[in-house]
Design a protein around this ligand. Sequence first.
Ligand SMILES: [Zn+2]
Length: 342
Amino acid sequence: MVTLDRLRTLSARVGADPLLVQAAGGNTSLKDEGVMWIKASGTWLKDARSRDIFVPIDQASLVDALVRHDPAADACLPFVRADLNSTGLRPSIETSVHALMPHRIVVHVHCVNTIAWAIRDDAEARLADRLREFAWAFVPYARPGLPLAEAIAARQRRGVDVLVLGNHGLVVGADTVVAAEALLERVVSAVTRPAREAVPPDRHALEALCAGTPYTPAASDDTHALATDALALERGRACVYYPDHVVFLGVGVATDMGSGAPLVAVPGKGVLVRTDARPAVEAMGRCLADVMRRVGPDDPLVALTSEEIDRLVNWDAEKYRQGLTHPSGPSTGRSSRAPRTA
Ligand SMILES: [Zn+2]
C-alpha cells in the first residue's frame, strides 16, 4: 500500500527527531477501507522503515466500543484484525486517540515545545493565542486508554484537526501524509518556545564519579543540561509532568547514585546513566531537559498527582509496553520507584 509506505517514511523521520518523539513514545496511524493501521505498542517510530511496526485494527468495532464506553476499548486488544496482523504485536496504548480522529492520517507526538505549554495550568488560555489560526482543541490530562478517549470525545468538535493533550503532547490529523506533515510543522512552529542554551557537562568530574560504579556519563550534552541548567533541575527534579517520564524514570529525578536509579543528575556537573539501563532512559532524561530548558522560573507548572501516577503505572497495557521495550521487563527499585508526592 503506497500510503502506508509514505506513512512509514514520515514515522521514521518524526521518530528520529528528539524534540518530537522520545524512545517508544508517539505513534502514527492510517485508516484504509475499514482497517486502521496503528503503531505497535513498545515499538519505536524511528524504526518504521527498518521493521514492520504497524498493527491492523477493525476501525468500526473500536469506535462502536468507544461510543458505548466498553472497557474492551481501554487497551484495544479485541479489535486487532488477527487475519492481517503479520507481526503478532499489540496496538499502541494510545490507539483510541487515533480512532476518535476522523482523519485518514493521524500523527501523535510528545513534542517538547507543546509539552512546555501543556504542563502549565494556564495552558489552554496561553495556547489560544498561539493557535488562533488552527481548528484545535485542548484536552485536559487523562490516563491514556479509555479515560483519554473519553476526555477527547468531550472536547472534539467538527472540523478540529489539532489536539493539545494536557500534560502529554500533540495530535494532528489530515487526509494525506503530506498534509499531516505540513500541519504538524505549522503547529510546532506556532508553539515553539525559546530554549536556554545547554551548559556543557564537567566530563572529567563525571568520569571520576563513575569509576567503580554501574554508571556512565550520558552521551548527549542535551541530556546533561538536566543537571547543568540549575533551573531545569530545580523545576524538574521532584515531580512528574507527563506519562512517559514516570514510566521510564520513576518519580522526579534522582540526584544520588546510591538510589540505584536508572538516571542520576549530578547538580552542576551532568547526568549519569546506568550501563544496564534501557535506551529509553537517556531519551527520557533528555526530554525532561529539553522541556525544562523552555520553562521559566515563574511558569505555573502543574504536575500529575499521586493518584494519576498510580493509575498509570498500574495499568496492565502500560506494563506490557514496558516488558516489550525491555526484555527483562520493568525493573523493581530502579525504574519503578514508588511514587512520592507529585
Ligand atoms: Zn502519547
